[in-house]
Design a protein around this ligand. Sequence first.
Ligand SMILES: CC(C)(COP(=O)(O)OP(=O)(O)OC[C@H]1O[C@@H](n2cnc3c(N)ncnc32)[C@H](O)[C@@H]1OP(=O)(O)O)[C@@H](O)C(=O)NCCC(=O)NCCS
Length: 178
Amino acid sequence: MKLNILSGIYLSEFQNGDEAALVEYLKVKKISYFTLGIPYPYKHKDALWWIKNKKQETKQQKQPVAFAIRQKNGELIGGIGFDGLKIGKSHKAALGYWLAKPYWGQGIMTACAKKLCGHAFKKFKVTKIIATCNPNNIGSERVLIKGGFRQEGYLKKDHIKNGKYRDSKLFALIRTSK
Ligand SMILES: CC(C)(COP(=O)(O)OP(=O)(O)OC[C@H]1O[C@@H](n2cnc3c(N)ncnc32)[C@H](O)[C@@H]1OP(=O)(O)O)[C@@H](O)C(=O)NCCC(=O)NCCS
């Protein structure tokens, strides 16, 4: 499956061979800091586990719910998806994403999030997409707002990261078409 985004950038399934790019780009501490499930330091075994897990998920759901963001030549430059989504079992999906640092600030994630949310409303039978982000993550908040999300709440001590409680802002996008 291929979802075209802009100027050669596209989304497709994670695949064997993505390990090197995952390890290279996820060595940036800020990416782990602002996300929930990405370990730091990120090792080859983490990449192998992720790819295997996502391939199994695609098989179970009969279509991918998590995607690699790729540039024209196919190289992985990020990830976006709905972790743990069981299609047809919930009306709600939780969006997560990260982008390799050299590509920040070019509008790539805003375009990816818009495209994937449209896809999810059509293909995953969801009516609500939620996303939580660190209150200091201005870039992620802008991605969500520009994608049509609205803030629904402020969650105190929402999760524990590196042994510390963290607050989150909760954003949501509701399907308007039937
Ligand atoms: C957050 C992240 C995905 C943004 O991706 P991106 O492709 O650089 O975002 P865009 O280029 O689409 O930018 C969207 C908006 O955010 C703004 N922005 C991006 N990074 C920013 C930053 N660090 N500080 C302030 N604003 C920022 C852009 O200027 C743009 O707003 P504008 O159009 O009003 O100027 C990327 O920085 C990233 O991967 N960060 C680490 C992981 C992470 O935070 N994941 C999200 C967890 S909730």
